[in-house]
Design a protein around this ligand. Structure first.
Ligand code: RTP
Ligand code: MG
Length: 141
């Protein structure tokens, strides 16, 4: 077990539902600390770069268009096993398959509008935190 950082994005559907606070409360209740945050409207270029790993998948264009459909709340979360802990709090990608009590089960409408993003591994967490919060390591400690 180790203290990690992970990247969370509260997606446009959840921001529109006014549940930034409720979702962030779940992170805090699980022992994760918000160490950086910004509410932004992503450009197509930023969203496309961020999800570049999926660029050849059939859902890529819809995913990028969804991510730029409204503001998103981007947070770096820090804590014990933050990467897997956040994924557990989020629940499965498809909210119909998400465990009861997870963020996606409670707040997501569909596999496309699924409320939150979370980094899925140490390598992607480091890259994603650096993508949105360059210099975080320099300034937060
Ligand atoms: P995220 O990256 O947003 O945290 O979601 P995830 O790890 O649970 O799922 P991932 O496989 O990385 O897919 C990224 C996003 O693409 C959309 N998606 N649609 N129609 C489909 O089969 C499909 N598969 C994935 C979802 O919105 C997913 O969050
Ligand atoms: Mg993913």
């Amino acid at each position: 077990m180790a203290i990690e950082r992970t990247l969370s994005i509260i997606k446009p559907d959840a921001v529109a539902k006014n549940v930034i606070g409720k979702i962030t409360q779940r992170f805090e209740d699980a022992g994760l600390k918000v160490v950086a945050a910004k509410l932004v409207q992503l450009s197509a270029l930023e969203a496309g770069q961020f999800y570049a790993v999926h660029k050849d998948r059939p859902f890529y264009k819809d995913l990028v268009n969804f991510m730029i459909s409204g503001p998103v709340m981007i947070q770096a979360l820090e804590g014990e096993s933050a990467i897997s802990k956040n994924r557990d709090l989020m629940g499965a990608t498809d909210p119909k398959k998400a465990e009861p009590g997870t963020i996606r089960a409670d707040f997501a409408d569909s596999i496309d509008a699924n409320a939150v993003h979370g980094s899925d591994a140490p390598e992607t967490a480091a890259a994603e935190v650096a993508f949105f919060f360059p210099g975080l390591n320099v300034y937060s400690r």
